[in-house]
Design a protein around this ligand. Structure first.
Ligand SMILES: Cc1ncc(COP(=O)(O)O)c(C=O)c1O
Length: 447
């Protein structure tokens, strides 16, 4: 029989004060847990002891359908049998050996696997990290180490992480950047946010004025570019897929400048968009791919895959916890399951189902302005009304609140006025139907 979260905690931490009410845990967290991204006004305390597939629970036992997969982390959902089986098999083995200080078979196997699913004929190698931001920073360091160039191109909006070089590339919210000195010289271009094109163009007929703008910026800002860092689908900025013609122009620009393209696939990678890598939708070959989130099967893990040699000498870069055997083997199980269970195909099909359902909701609502996405990376954009298309974050938050607290649909915002859908890659058609029905009710509740 299942014990509740507090009971289990009493066993694990008999010396600590384990209280019973959800409200009290919120107050205690407010006292001692630093502010991060949690919105305590919307999301209840999650029961860390139960959950399966796309289902999670709060401390009161309410069940939620999770359309976030822990922000694209749990590609196979919670407590997937593959992960449970893996945990049992590995029980008793040495798990915690540093992968950067010694060679270990699991990391070599995983590196081979990652290189095998990465496009491009160039000789590649892999650097393992413990987060997405670090995967991006490793690519940045690799490019600088090899080219001795220090200037980068990045876009607006863009999210690449919150520390060091990654933060310098990020342009997502001023709260991320205010008062933090930036560690890189970055020339910024507009991301092809076609629904709100800053040049007033339509995607079908435009002449990529955004790329021309970027070319002008380089002309003034410096052509000695080390790399162009791009999200294949802008994630935190509002799940914005870039058009193929834009990718082609960016590749052309990179070739002219003799510069690298770093594809930040931390959110979009590892099958989420229906292909292994989001940039494959753009039909270009990037030089580097950065991945994390889904890679570790729920554990902190990331990787930078890029041209050999990533670093010109020993100790140019390393991480204490990089590539430990447990997480490397778990990662191999995740990749194998995505392949064996045809989850790329499922992501494509279920993604279409989500977009179709969201478009139906859009038709009958005056506050939904745009629906977009690729595979299981979809978003819906909220406005004051369809006539003005004015960005409305309050309406978005009201829908979010209703969805979570009334409909028991666990979803997340993105950008200033969007809600995103990032369910596990093995989500079923029936589960998507339930999610759409609940979401439709949440949208209807907001005028
Ligand atoms: C595209 C992208 N890059 C980098 C990051 C940073 O990843 P982490 O929080 O693991 O450092 C994120 C996180 O959301 C992301 O979406």
């Amino acid at each position: 029989m299942k014990r509740d979260a507090e009971e289990l905690l009493k066993e694990l931490c008999p010396d600590l004060n384990i209280t019973k009410s959800s409200k009290e845990w919120v107050q205690r967290a407010e006292q001692v847990v630093a502010k991060t991204t949690q919105s305590r006004d919307i999301y209840p305390v999650v029961d860390h002891t139960q959950g399966e597939g796309p289902w999670i629970y709060d401390l009161k036992g309410n069940q939620y359908l999770d359309m976030t997969a822990g922000v694209a982390v749990r590609a196979l959902g919670f407590r997937n049998p593959v992960v449970k089986d893996f945990e049992q098999r590995i029980n008793g083995y040495l798990r915690e050996v540093p992968g950067h200080d010694f060679d270990l078979i699991p990391q070599t196997l995983l590196a081979e696997r990652l290189v095998g699913i990465t496009p491009g004929d160039h000789e590649k190698e892999v650097f393992f990290t413990t987060s997405g931001g670090r995967a991006v920073e490793s690519a940045v360091k690799s490019v600088m180490d090899n080219s001795h160039k220090f200037r980068f191109i990045a876009f607006r909006p863009a999210f690449h992480g919150r520390t060091g070089y990654a933060l310098a590339l990020t342009a997502s919210k001023h709260a991320h950047k205010d008062f933090y000195p930036q560690g890189l010289d970055v020339i910024r271009g507009p991301y092809p946010y076609c629904f709100r094109c800053p040049f007033g163009q339509e995607e079908k007929s435009c002449s990529l004025e955004c790329v021309q703008y970027l070319r002008d910026s380089i002309e003034f800002g410096g052509t000695d570019i080390a790399a162009i860092v791009v999200e294949p689908i802008c994630g935190e900025g509002g799940i914005i897929p870039a058009p193929v013609k834009w990718f082609k122009e960016i590749r052309k620009l990179a070739d002219e400048l003799e510069t690298r393209i770093i594809s930040d696939e931390v959110q979009a990678g590892l099958g989420r968009t229906g292909k292994w890598w989001g940039i494959e939708h753009g039909d270009i070959i990037p030089d580097y791919i950065c991945t994390a989130k889904a890679l570790g099967g729920g554990f902190p893990f990331g990787a930078t895959i890029g041209p050999k040699p990533l670093f010109t000498d020993f100790s140019r870069h390393s991480e204490t916890f990089g590539a430990e055997p447990y997480v490397s083997l778990l990662s191999l199980s995740v990749i194998r399951t995505i392949e064996q269970d045809e989850l790329l195909d499922n992501a494509t099909k279920r993604g279409r189902q989500i977009l179709k359902g969201l478009r139906e909701i859009q038709e009958s609502s005056n506050i939904v302005a745009d629906v977009r996405g690729r595979g299981l990376m979809c978003a819906i954009e909220f406005v004051t009304d369809k006539k003005t298309n004015t960005i409305d974050s309050q309406k978005r938050d009201a829908v979010l609140n209703n969805a979570v607290n009334k409909q028991r649909l666990w979803i997340l915002g993105a950008g200033r006025n969007c809600i995103r859908f990032l369910p596990p890659l093995n989500i079923t058609s029936d589960q998507i139907d339930i999610a759409l029905e609940r979401f439709g009710k949440a949208v209807k509740s907001v005028k």
